[in-house]
Ligand binder design. Sequence first.
Ligand code: BEZ
Length: 329
Amino acid sequence: MNRRKFLKTTSLAAAMLAAPGLARAAAEKTLRIGTITPASHFWTQTMDRVGTSLAEKSGGKFETQVFPSGQLGNEATMIQQIQSGGLDMGFLTVAEFSNRIDDMAALFTPYLVQNVSQASKLLTGPTATGMLDQYTKLGMKGLGFGLGGMRHLISREPGLTSADLAGRKYRITPFAPLRDFYELMNVAPTPVPLPGLFDALANGQVDGADIDLELAWKLKLYDQAPNLTITSQMMFPVVAVVSGRYWAALSNEEKQMLSQSVSEQIDWLFAQYIEYEPKWLGDLKGTGINVVDAAPGFFGDTIPEWKAIWEPKAPSIAALQAEANALTQ
Ligand code: BEZ
């Protein structure tokens, strides 16, 4: 059985297990979804759940195939495929989209929110929901923002302030707002694909990494970088986008089913991060590594300098900030 056939079979089987009445229904439509995260990651699981939910809601009319781990290419390639209609849907980092739509940088404003609970509220609030309309310029329908964990610093050597980081090389996800953030601290931002990060830390290709707790724990980065500074400087949103062509070919009822499935499963995703972030932090502390909390002052002038660059380019910063200021927890 080839890999695609295997994926297709497991997707269908999962839907039938979840909705036994579907066994006799023949799928009329396929929905192919791409993501860079591996099968075990919450983002991929969210898309698996969208497939199951859509099969249930449609009485088996939709058959979903999820392609994890960048099987269809990196995110830039998947965006092109979605634009051309070669791929139906993606669950992709907003980081990659911020390289194409400057305003998406607003979602990476430092210290916009304090934790994943606030992030989930902001990402489903009126400003972020309005920002989804901007994906139409790329020939896509934006269905909803989800999130990964808050971002922190992990390093081989300790760092008490951002001044200690100057001259070091830190792994970043390659996108302009984050690259600027590190360059303002005189840190050399170094793109390293996630699967190579453990080795890059081990062999000194990088001194540290901009990371979330999930990856620090699951990739065992603490083995090579035993200093974790809990900064929570940014959220790390993901967006569900559908090809404009695919969307246009759906009936209103089908659009509603797909939108609802995505929004319900993104709610599940939020709940996972709210539950698991404290657990991963406890697990990381349990390894005996050096874990310190840092206030925004850790970054010195970097934050106002970052805003001076990005506020003119990302007009949604003001509205997001106002909405975030009103969040209580
Ligand atoms: C990262 O590049 O750090 C990343 C990518 C996908 C999911 C979460 C984090």
